[in-house]
Design a protein around this ligand. Structure first.
Ligand code: SAM
Length: 435
């Protein structure tokens, strides 16, 4: 049986997700199990059978969820949406013993209240279940067994059954996140955009809880991102348990094979905060790759971790979220008790230093890149479009990406020997021109 699926992802990563899904289709799945369709703003459509949908859940590092399309029809009112939801055979998918949550996303919907529309979908499903089974499911917005998503455009309502459960960026092993972690699927998508491949040195000099490093280690060790978590589809009536057992055993075999042939990861991290590094170490140990070298270091003092050039990737502190630390310190980093309480200290400093620019820190960071990282490619994710000017480097490329609701750019700097693309100093005064 073939279904239509939609995999949402962070905006800006749609093409990367489509490529990743196409690779998943090559992972010893039967022909036609997963056929990638169009990528549209916010996600990728694909067709496939249960094995394809489950494989996407298990292997996608970039998707936020995998949604199974149940129905689509034009609508004009909440009553139309109720009728569409009431016609669907929900009793084929789950029982009234499962708890339910309904969410609606809308773009240009003419409806006045999305809250009311959400209630109508929920009522329709519960009424249908009661009429078919004699009982209705309870609602649980925190930990539902089953999630239904409705997507409204100006003209159409599409109903989806969520096959993922918890969003896919929750890999199932990360306990401690730190102050401003990246979502795992955004980090994984960025890694793909950098063109990094296992074996090439990878360095994050502001690694925090280590999201880039963890995602890279999982790629290098062929660890399927969903191997240590459960999924919504496991609670659905129609799940193909034999196919699921096969997919998991194939993923376990791939991990074991990769682990036995991988000698060194060539993945490195540092951060000024020993507290963040402790979190990263604890997470890596839980995930099964405790051997990523981590060092406490001010990024201004960073040096390449290997002789061979590689890829540097980082998301420096965002002004909106946490402060750059040690920016007034010269030489060695001086981590203090501040490291113990990011949020409170960040807030206090934001009030006292509100107008102090981070220019000194970023200029020193740019100098470190120019002087010590010849031959490397550096990728920096930031919401600050003035960053290239502050680093005094000219970017080779910039890709718009969203970190949650925060619009960011992934700047790429090619630190080519003898021809580092420096930015004239006066550019700092007028760093515009970044779309
Ligand atoms: C936005 S967070 C990075 C989050 C990280 N990507 C993660 O997933 O957890 C920025 C990091 O920069 C670190 N940092 C701030 N100032 C620094 C400095 N001068 N040198 C090195 N790291 C610094 C902070 O401790 C924080 O962990």
């Amino acid at each position: 049986m073939s279904f239509e699926f939609f995999a949402p992802c962070p905006r800006g990563l749609e093409t990367a997700l489509a490529a990743e899904l196409a690779e998943t289709a090559q992972r010893r799945l039967p022909p036609g199990a997963l056929e990638v369709g169009a990528d549209v703003p916010g996600g990728v459509h694909f067709r496939g059978n249960w094995a394809g949908g489950m494989a996407a859940n298990l292997h996608s590092r970039i998707a936020s969820r995998v949604l199974l399309k149940i129905a689509q029809r034009p609508y004009r009112s909440e009553q139309d949406i109720y009728a569409l939801a009431a016609e669907q055979r929900w009793e084929q998918w789950f029982t009234p013993n499962e708890t339910l949550r309904v969410d609606i996303t809308a773009i240009k919907s003419p409806l006045r209240s999305l809250e009311f529309a959400t209630l109508r979908v929920k009522d329709a499903i519960c009424d249908r279940m009661r009429s078919k089974t004699g009982a209705r499911p309870s609602i649980d917005t925190a930990y539902p067994d089953v999630r239904v998503f409705a997507f409204l455009t100006a003209s159409d309502c599409t109903l989806y059954l969520d096959t993922s459960g918890e969003p896919l960026f929750k890999r199932g092993w990360r306990l401690d996140k730190g102050a401003a972690p990246l979502r795992e699927n955004l980090a994984a998508g960025i890694l793909r955009l950098t063109g990094w491949t296992p074996g090439t040195p990878l360095y994050d000099p502001m690694c925090g809880s280590g999201t880039f490093l963890a995602e890279a280690a999982q790629v290098a060790l062929d660890i399927a991102p969903g191997l240590s978590r459960s999924f919504g589809f496991e609670r659905l009536k129609q799940v193909d348990t034999a196919a699921w057992r096969y997919l998991k055993s194939e993923a376990n075999t791939a991990r074991n094979t990769a682990q036995s042939r991988t000698s060194g990861l060539h993945i490195y991290g540092s951060d000024i905060s020993d507290v963040m590094l402790e979190k990263a170490r604890a997470n890596f140990a839980r995930a099964g790759f405790g051997n990523v070298p981590l060092k406490q270091l001010d990024a201004r003092n960073m040096t390449p971790p290997e002789d061979a050039p590689g890829i540097l990737v980082a998301n420096p502190p965002y002004g909106e979220r946490i402060e750059v630390r040690g920016r007034n310190a010269r030489g060695e980093a001086r981590p203090t008790s501040r490291d113990r309480d990011d949020a409170e200290e960040g807030f206090r400093r934001a009030q006292t230093d509100a107008d102090a620019p981070d220019a000194e820190f970023f200029q020193a960071l740019g100098d470190a890149l120019k002087q010590r990282f010849t031959g490397w490619r550096a990728f920096v994710l930031t919401s600050d479009r003035k960053l290239p000017g502050q680093l005094r480097l000219r970017e080779s490329a910039k890709t718009p990406l969203y970190n949650g609701a925060l619009e960011c750019r992934l700047f790429r700097f090619d630190l080519i020997a003898g021809s580092v693309r420096q930015r004239p100093v006066q550019d700092n005064a007028n760093p515009g021109g970044n779309a």
